[in-house]
Design a protein around this ligand. Structure first.
Ligand SMILES: *[C@@H]1O[C@H](CO)[C@@H](O)[C@H](O)[C@H]1NC(C)=O
Ligand SMILES: *[C@@H]1O[C@H](CO)[C@@H](O)[C@H](O)[C@H]1NC(C)=O
Ligand SMILES: *[C@@H]1O[C@H](CO)[C@@H](O)[C@H](O)[C@H]1NC(C)=O
Ligand SMILES: *[C@@H]1O[C@H](CO)[C@@H](O)[C@H](O)[C@H]1NC(C)=O
Length: 677
């Protein structure tokens, strides 16, 4: 339901005239288990201090998300392909009148004068400035002053807070309360640097700081592709596809057509996070060998939050991902064009939420979800000058491409469930609007990025592979892993049921492109498993039930979520081993689901071309069609995804948590999708 401002004022009047009685029984709403590292509890907050309290209202109709998405994405639905408008999205998910009234009743009954209460323009936050005494009484808590030991940054927070039982369902969260979202202030530069000094400063940061800002694009991030050695074959001979993957190998494996007719409104987006960047000279080197018509072509460039193609440091750790993604997606979809969304500046960087904020103004104004410990904050708080973005954070205004492939990912265990669910629902909303989101499923089998597993007794990561660089210019090297056991670590957003998660396969040694592939077991292992946060979506229920019935994995609940009620991933797979790429002026091999996702996205982009040329809508959220028509994929039945000291799961007939439903067959897929309305 969507309220106008006038309607809301009238609603206020009603509240005052006839206040409803709310139950006085308070229940703990949120509690912080431990103080984050580096913080010290200093003293009680003074009772007269004023807190800018914000009450985040729950969105409505999220319980119907699956139903709505199936209505436009399930092949048997009469509304298939009838995607929603942004207006329809906003109206459907806005908090209800009931929720707004319940909060207002509670506040006014607690003695907060209505004049002091304001509703945000997006109708999803109730704001009021309260004294510490008022807030403590309202939330049955105590407020404390905390100090960050290293930087002296201060923060006001409580350890837990309670609200009446009957309004809990209407409130996502209240701030400031338990959250430690204070940004640690860094030393600011005393004077502005000359351009040369600024570049040296950026270079120094890129070279020496292992972890910059919040960027998921930081070198050493486990989701980036893995480098191999010098290339053995530099030609299109299909006889070499078991050792050297080039675009022609993928075309042969997946029956991908070449020079497919362009559809005018077609679009394919590749997302990259700074400081990752492509080098134009690498694209041309690759195209000269494998796609001559593209020499001189570049992706359409969309800079989000200061996104730039940094050339301060050029090596595999900074160019590998972007070169790989763009060389293959541009070659495979040519003459369709590719859009590059380059997100974040050099110092602060960016996260998936920053990208989603740029696509959807309603997501970024649905404030309170972005988390300054995970997401980029702009203007860049670390300084100004070269490599710092001083503009404000992008909020809407960027068009979403029909298909968007992202080859970066988190461990599900690194983020809070609240953060993940909020972001996952945003993929649902974009799916309703006809956008296909693909994410790589991870490169460490059942383990998390860099091979991390979770100690079942402490809940901490243990014994993951660590990466380091011995001298400045060297590629990151894996240190010897000190041990590899513990609980499996699913990836995010791979476990979000509203994205399509892409795992990796390889051509078997000495096999040809007409023989079945197997799960990737060279350098990388296809990420796969079961989420600890997201439940089993309806479209996947039968496939997962069949998997457990026929192939019960030999691990218990101490190893992974074996409830059979959680989301399994990946959904599909594509080759991710021995890709030949041009990188920093030479050819080299790379490995990873980082390669699989843009390849699968290229196939979907050509299917969109076929549908758009036939006057139909883009495919949108593809999972319901995939699971209804599994025969259109090449089922992978060999190989596994070892990790955490186990053999992992095994690829079997039908869906499995290693390669999903299998690899694409363009010919069969386009037939299915062209037959749909
Ligand atoms: C709270 O106080 C600040 C600073 O005085 C003011 O800008 C803001 O509008 C106030 N908020 C509300 C909800 O009254
Ligand atoms: C981690 O490695 C240490 C040292 O090798 C070993 O003692 C320990 O058992 C390992 N823990 C797990 C859970 O693998
Ligand atoms: C592949 O073929 C080579 C050369 O014939 C042979 O040496 C090698 O053992 C074969 N590898 C496998 C896995 O069959
Ligand atoms: C397993 O998944 C279910 C469904 O999503 C969830 O309710 C449960 O908490 C998960 N179990 C663990 C141990 O995380």
């Amino acid at each position: 339901m969507h309220f106008s401002f006038i309607a809301t004022c009238a609603l206020f009047a009603g509240v005052i005239a006839a206040p409803a009685l709310s139950s006085k029984r308070h229940v703990v709403h949120e509690r912080r288990e431990r103080l984050p590292a580096g913080w010290r509890k200093e003293a009680k907050s003074p009772s007269h201090a004023v807190l800018p309290m914000r009450f985040g209202l729950s969105q409505s109709n999220l319980d119907r998300a699956d139903e709505f998405l199936m209505d436009v994405s399930h092949p048997s639905s009469p509304n298939f392909g009838k995607h929603w408008s942004p207006q329809q999205i906003a109206e459907t998910f806005a908090p209800t009148e009931e929720a707004i009234n319940a909060i207002l009743d509670w506040l006014t009954e607690s003695g907060i004068d209505k004049e002091r209460i304001k509703l945000s323009p997006g109708m999803n936050w109730v704001n009021a400035n309260l004294t510490v005494t008022e807030a403590e009484s309202l939330l049955q808590t105590k407020y404390w002053h905390f100090i960050h030991v290293g930087s002296g940054t201060s923060h006001v927070a409580c350890d837990d807070y309670s609200i009446p039982d009957d309004i809990r369902k209407h409130i996502d969260l209240i701030t400031p309360t338990v959250h430690f979202d204070a940004r640690i202030s860094k030393k600011k530069q005393k004077r502005s640097l000359t351009s040369r000094e600024a570049k040296l400063n950026a270079r120094q940061t890129l070279k020496t700081k292992y972890k910059l800002g919040t960027s998921i694009g930081n070198p050493g991030d486990g989701s980036l592709p893995k480098a191999g050695g010098a290339v053995a074959h530099l030609n299109n001979d299909l006889a070499n596809c078991d050792v050297s993957i080039v675009p022609d190998c993928l075309r042969a494996l997946y029956k991908i057509p070449i020079d497919y007719p362009v559809a005018a409104s077609n679009s394919y987006g590749i997302v990259e996070y700074t400081p990752q960047a492509y080098l134009p000279s690498d694209l041309d080197l690759f195209f000269a060998n494998f796609s001559p018509a593209l020499v001189g072509s570049r992706p359409e460039f969309e800079s989000i939050d200061g996104g730039l193609l940094q050339t301060i440091v050029e090596d595999f750790n900074y160019n590998g991902e972007s070169d790989l993604d763009l060389e293959y997606s541009m070659a495979l979809v040519y003459p369709q064009s590719v859009t590059l969304y380059q997100v974040g500046d050099i110092f602060e960087g960016a996260s998936f939420n920053n990208f989603l904020d740029a696509l959807d103004g309603s997501y970024c104004t649905y404030e309170g979800g972005d988390d300054v410990t995970e997401d980029g904050v702009y203007p860049d708080p670390y300084g100004s000058g070269y490599g710092f973005y001083s503009g404000s954070e992008a909020c809407g205004g960027f068009a979403a491409a029909n298909v968007i492939s992202t080859s970066y990912g988190y461990n599900e265990a690194d983020l809070t469930a609240f953060y993940e669910m909020r972001q996952c629902y945003e993929y649902m909303k974009l799916g309703l609007q006809g956008v296909t989101f693909l994410y790589s499923s991870g490169d460490y089998g059942v383990a998390g990025n860099s091979g991390e597993c979770i100690d079942p007794t402490t809940g901490a990561y243990n014994n993951g592979t660590r990466y380091s660089r011995s001298i400045d210019n060297e590629p990151l090297k894996a240190d010897v892993s000190v041990g590899t056991s513990g609980m499996f670590v699913p990836s995010f957003p791979g476990g979000c049921p509203y994205v399509t998660s892409v795992g990796a396969t390889q051509v078997k040694p000495n096999a040809t492109v007409t023989q079945p592939e197997e799960a990737a077991e060279s350098v990388i292992y296809s990420g796969g498993g079961f989420s600890n946060v997201f439940g089993l979506p309806s479209y996947q229920a039968e496939a997962v039930a069949t998997y457990f019935a026929k192939h019960s994995p030999p691990y218990g609940a101490d190893q992974y979520n074996n409830s059979q009620t959680s989301r399994g991933f990946p959904d599909v797979a594509a080759n991710g081993v021995n890709y030949v790429i041009a990188i920093d002026g030479a050819f080299s091999y790379v490995y990873g689901t980082s390669a699989s996702s843009p390849t699968f996205g290229s196939v979907m982009t050509l299917i969109n071309a076929a549908r758009l040329n036939a006057g139909k809508s883009p495919v949108g959220f593809i999972n319901p069609v995939l699971y209804t028509h599994p025969h259109m994929l090449n089922d992978i039945t060999e190989g596994g995804n070892q990790g955490c000291g186990t053999a992992g799961f095994t690829a079997v007939k039908g869906w499995d948590p290693v390669t999903g439903l299998g690899t694409p067959d363009f010919t069969k897929m386009v037939e299915v999708w062209l037959a749909l309305p």
